[in-house]
Design a protein around this ligand. Structure first.
Ligand code: F6R
Length: 615
């Protein structure tokens, strides 16, 4: 939920740390801070607000030299966002400097004990408690920083990724992780730390990703030492070669990451099925599925667990698996699933969907399902993420880094992977005829082109956005495969433009939401030709007769709905089961343009963070 960055080496740390924070700002942006050691003193500068506010403050306030630095961008959990609660935090002596992503659940009792021993606390955070606990351990046990961090962490209940240094020993940073990601970049005579690799990819492509319950001592002039926090064992380091490029995480001339990511969807979808979808041979090749085919074909049911947009992709999967592969599916919010004593049987297959691979509720739901004997398959975007590692098998989406907080290309690439799986299972189970199956493969192969075509509606969407940017409410309706699309459209609008929006199955409108309809209420209806077209036409008439304003997403060449709607956006025709991949795009663009027109911060909407690593 927060972003952490660190540097130790021979270069000026400040530019590396501040740039790293800018790249990690998607993880949290209510406050930010840096600590720099200039050879004699630690200089800390922190502020409520964004990294840009921090930059302004630092550049006028503290010395910004020094080859040791830590930086933090925060999404508040303990204590309101303000200057004092921002990280880095220091121990009472000022020697121990720490940044932390996560939550220390038992911080209150530790704080009480430390207060009794004379410690004073300036902030409301759990992190300041940890800084002082480490200091106290060093004092009482007479140990160095690494050992003190280890002892302190054994007392801690919660989740963390931390980076700490001791002013008296400034050639070393100690890092540790439990439940929050942490990567160490390995350079020549220098080391980098990040919540992900984005802060250091221009300096090195070699990185160590810490596992849960591991810590590392990073000392200049020596190889990184990784050990297990609980049993003190030395762990062999595994240096990975990073595949992401700087270009992938920069805006490439777009005004916002979200817009860039919307436009990247044709290539992201193509990358996701490249090498897996072979229509001419009539083959889908996915090793994670092939290795576990009998588990899927013999599954009693599939349970999908996910949150937010990923949950909407899961709803699309429900239609896909039941329709195409005839396997019953239940779609669960991970946060509900994990706390409601679910019934899971050995022949249930669980699919966990997560862009970040770090969502705390999804991770906990996976652990629960595994402990009850289920086979868990992950669909993740971030390679090496916690969920990717925790699942029994999986398939990556190849969306590339998604920086905009509102998920766009992650959603369509998740649906792409789920479609590949559904088709492979349909083929294995014989639920589709050979000719239908082959046609489906070719139709899927054509999707990047269809998405390219639909992106051409952008100017029309700007015109629609101009008409509706001042509304307070909006309703989204769809049927069958278009129902999850309606939910996703509504979520996109509310999260980035702060307009209240609801998604509904179109027929449910009569059971309540119809009461809301008047001439102020825009209703976005996804009304493509396939999928209960006549029924949705009737729904549109019901809205019209109550003076509702209709924005319809229709299939190219549609004339009937065009006549009824205030605006009709034409999208290219495709097979019904692939409609979500195309119909979602105008809704993403609509929410984007409305948010821009309302002056909202599209890439960093208020109160949100890209990966929700707290429950
Ligand atoms: C919405 C959005 C969130 C995420 C949700 C799950 O645009 O991004 O609703 O979809 O927080 O995140 P992941 O997929 O990383 O598990």
């Amino acid at each position: 939920m927060c972003g952490i960055v660190g540097y130790i080496g021979y270069r000026e740390a400040y530019p590396i740390v501040i740039k790293g924070l800018e790249r990690l700002e998607y993880r949290g942006y209510d406050s930010a801070g840096v600590a720099l050691y200039d050879g004699e003193e630690v200089h800390i500068c922190k502020t409520k607000g964004k990294v840009s506010d921090l930059k302004e403050k630092v550049e006028g306030a503290v010395a910004i030299t020094g080859a040791l630095g830590l930086g933090h961008t925060r999404w508040a959990t303990h204590g309101v966002p303000n200057d004092v609660n921002s990280h880095p935090h220091q121990s009472n002596s000022g020697d121990i400097v720490i940044i932390h992503n996560g939550i220390i659940e038992n911080y209150a009792s530790i704080k009480q004990e430390l207060t009794k021993r004379g410690y004073v606390f300036h902030s409301d955070t759990d992190t300041e408690v940890l800084a002082n606990l480490i200091e106290e351990v060093m004092k009482i046990e007479g140990v160095k920083l690494g050992k003190a961090v280890q002892i302190a962490l054994k007392e801690v209940v919660g989740a963390y990724a931390i980076a700490v240094f001791d002013k008296k020993k400034p050639d070393e940073i100690v890092v540790a992780r439990l439940g929050s990601p942490l990567a160490i970049g390995i350079g020549k005579d220098e080391y980098f730390i990040g919540s992900d690799a984005s802060p250091f990819i221009e300096y090195t492509s070699n990185a160590i990703y810490l596992e849960d319950e591991e810590m590392a001592i990073i000392r200049i002039g020596r190889e990184v030492r990784v050990r297990s926090i609980n049993d003190d064992e030395q762990i062999d380091i595994n240096i990975q070669n990073l595949k992401i490029s700087l270009e992938q995480i920069e805006k490439k001339g777009y005004d916002h990451f979200m817009l860039k990511e919307i436009y990247e969807q044709p290539s992201a979808i193509l990358d996701t099925f490249r090498g897996r979808l072979l229509p001419n041979e009539g083959i889908i090749k996915m090793s994670g599925i092939e290795d576990n085919l009998s588990k899927f074909t013999g599954a009693n049911r599939i349970i999908v667990i996910a949150c937010g947009t990923s949950w909407h992709a899961g709803l699309v999967a429900e239609y896909l698996f039941e329709d195409i592969a005839r396997i019953p599916v239940e779609v669960e919010y991970a946060s509900e699933f994990r706390y409601r004593n679910p019934v899971i049987k050995r022949d249930d297959v669980v699919i966990a969907i997560s862009q970040s691979g770090e969502t705390a509720d999804t991770l906990a739901a996976i652990k629960l399902a595994k402990s009850m004997g289920a086979f868990v398959f992950g669909v993740c975007n971030v390679v090496g993420s916690s969920i990717a590692r925790e699942t029994n098998a999986g398939a990556y989406t190849h969306a590339g880094p998604e920086i905009g907080v509102a998920s766009t290309k992650a959603f369509t690439t998740q649906i792409t992977v789920l479609t590949l799986i559904a088709l492979r299972l349909a083929n294995a189970k014989g639920t589709l005829s050979t000719s239908d199956y082959k046609k489906c493969l070719f139709d899927l192969e054509a999707i990047p082109k269809r998405v390219d075509e639909v992106l051409e509606v952008n100017n029309q969407i700007i015109e629609i956005a101009n008409n509706y940017s001042n509304v307070s409410n909006c309703l989204y309706l769809g049927r069958k495969y278009n129902f999850p699309v309606a939910l996703e459209g509504a979520l996109k609008l509310k999260e980035i433009s702060y307009i209240h929006a609801e998604g509904y199955p179109a027929a449910e409108m009569k059971h309540g939401p119809i009461a809301l309809i008047d001439e102020q209420m825009p209703v976005v209806v996804i009304a493509t030709k396939k999928g209960n077209y006549e029924k949705i036409v009737s729904n549109i008439q019901e809205i019209k007769s109550r003076n509702g304003r209709i924005i319809a997403i229709v299939t190219q060449g549609d004339t009937m709905i065009k006549e009824m709607a205030d605006f009709a956006v034409e999208i290219p025709e495709t097979s019904e089961f692939l409609t979500p991949l195309v119909a979602t795009i105008p809704l993403q663009l609509l929410s984007y343009h409305i948010a821009v027109m309302r002056g909202c911060n599209v890439d960093q909407p208020r109160n949100l963070a890209k990966s929700v690593t707290v429950e």
